[in-house]
Design a binder for this molecule. Structure first.
Ligand SMILES: [Zn+2]
Length: 471
């Protein structure tokens, strides 16, 4: 039995910097903007004699050396939802190859985590739902359960579906454990972030909600967890799971209106019961650009952190909010998307970074590789490293490409964005005096300590470690 009291906020661990004295550095003159008029693009190729690795000095880092753990489940990129389905797990292989090609694995501890156990999945999901997920194959005859659990066009039954879910969920749980054990400051799982899955229903290409599982693991040690979602779709599954909970503040930035999936995420959805005011939605319209998005993001997130005082943050980095996404309608550049990641990281709180949507897969891989460099404080060249997948990145072979070729008109007026900003700040006024939790007993986590080497063998070809529970 462990007795812990968490009354004192622990912001910016290891730093003497006050969070109030925050951020003005993005306007640094070292930023140049060759693409999309983005003030967030830094072109290391144009810096004279820039070596392959340049420690990013544009921001003062709160930690001397942040420990970053990277989780890539073996084989997770080889699953297939179906030929015409927009969700392509192969984007994870592309991402991983760029990360390795840039040498970023040398700046992180890399793990092939074990799959989540059924017991772990049932921390959130109903057992009859997991039962269906585990037993159904593409040859299973149709039954009422398909409708009941919403296995249809968006969420098809495909080969290996259950193992795919266990893989990405296992990686998010491993990342959360790495943070709560204090052995990493930042944990990355690009295969996770499947924010639409519900307790007993698949939804929006998501079957198991690894985010909810990861947050639940963090809540065993951290009294308050902040969830931030920058996918273009509303993070409805995570919101719903914690809607009456005042220990998780969920904040989602998304397109809202005109029947855009999943049709939730209005400004008026603020939580219920104990969770009232612990849910924030930032509904946006088509075509939002870099500077509007990033300035609104910072204006909302900074007071979330100062008011709610989370002990850790989970950041869902859905890349379908980029310009030119196959299913999206925003105009964000990779550098602006990454600036949101940089901003969240700069608070120095334990950070679980997850993937999510993203359907123009060459840009998803570019985005998440870039964000891995942001999280490891490395400035990487704009020319992509050579990988077996070079054809995906032709003809330019660049990391930062203009993503506004078929630019969607920005339908977000300044007045509207200001209205949203003020409404969010108004909401956050209720959070002063965030709930403190007397954590008198940490519930057992026997499953977390199982050492099940179902992942890669030791020292696979990419030098990844098999996850050890006692690591
Ligand atoms: Zn999405």
């Amino acid at each position: 039995m462990v007795v812990l009291s968490y009354d004192t906020p622990r912001l910016g661990r290891g730093t003497s910097r006050s969070i109030d004295a925050h951020h003005s550095s993005t306007a640094s003159s070292s930023y140049i903007s060759p693409y999309m008029d983005s003030p967030f693009y830094l072109d290391p190729d144009k810096a004279p004699s820039a070596p392959a690795f340049v420690t990013d000095s544009t921001h003062v880092q709160p930690h001397a050396v942040e420990k970053v753990a990277y989780f890539f489940p073996k084989g997770v990129g080889e699953y297939h939802y179906g030929e015409r389905h927009p969700m392509k797990p192969a984007r994870l292989t592309l991402t991983n190859r760029l990360v390795l090609g840039y040498g970023l694995h040398e700046r992180m501890e890399c793990y092939s985590p074990r799959m989540a156990t059924r017991e772990e999945l049932e921390w959130f999901h109903d057992s009859d739902f997991i039962d269906f997920l585990s037993k159904t194959t593409p040859t299973t005859p149709l039954s009422a359960s398909f409708t009941r659990f919403n296995f249809a066009d968006d969420c098809p039954v495909f080969d290996g579906m259950y193992d795919f879910c266990r893989s990405y969920a296992g990686a998010s749980l491993a990342g959360a454990r790495k943070l709560t054990s204090g052995t990493a400051d930042i944990a990355i799982n690009w295969s996770g972030g499947l924010h639409h899955a519900k307790k007993n229903e698949a939804s929006g290409f998501c079957y198991v909600n690894d985010i909810v599982l990861g947050i639940q693991e963090l809540l065993r040690y951290h009294p308050r967890v902040l969830y931030i979602d920058i996918d273009i779709h509303h993070g409805d599954g995570v919101q719903e799971a914690f809607y009456n909970n005042n220990r998780v503040l969920t904040v989602s930035f998304h397109k809202y209106g005109n029947d855009f999936f999943p049709c939730t995420g209005a400004l008026t959805e603020i939580g219920v019961g104990l969770g009232k005011h612990f849910c924030l939605n930032v509904p946006l319209q088509d075509g939002i650009d870099d500077s509007s998005y990033v300035s609104l993001f910072k204006a909302v997130i900074e007071p979330c952190i100062t008011s709610f005082r989370p002990e850790s943050i989970v950041l869902q980095c859905g890349a379908d909010s980029l310009g030119l996404d196959r299913l999206g309608c925003f105009n964000l550049s990779i550098s602006a998307h990454g600036e949101c990641v940089r901003f969240v990281k700069s608070f120095g709180l334990p950070l679980l970074v997850l993937g999510g949507g993203g359907y123009t897969i060459r840009n998803v891989a570019r985005c998440w590789a870039y964000e891995t460099s942001v999280l490891t404080n490395v400035s990487i060249p704009d020319t992509l490293p050579s990988t077996p997948y070079d054809a995906f990145f032709e003809p330019t072979h660049k990391l930062h490409e203009p993503l506004q070729a078929a630019r969607v008109e920005n339908q977000n007026t300044k007045a509207n964005l200001e209205k949203i900003r003020i409404a969010c700040l108004e909401q956050l006024r209720y959070l002063h005096g965030a709930p403190s939790v007397q954590m008198q007993e940490i519930p057992p986590d026997l499953a977390g300590w199982l050492e099940t080497d179902q992942a890669a063998g030791k020292g696979n070809e990419e030098g990844f470690r098999t996850e050890r529970a006692d690591d």
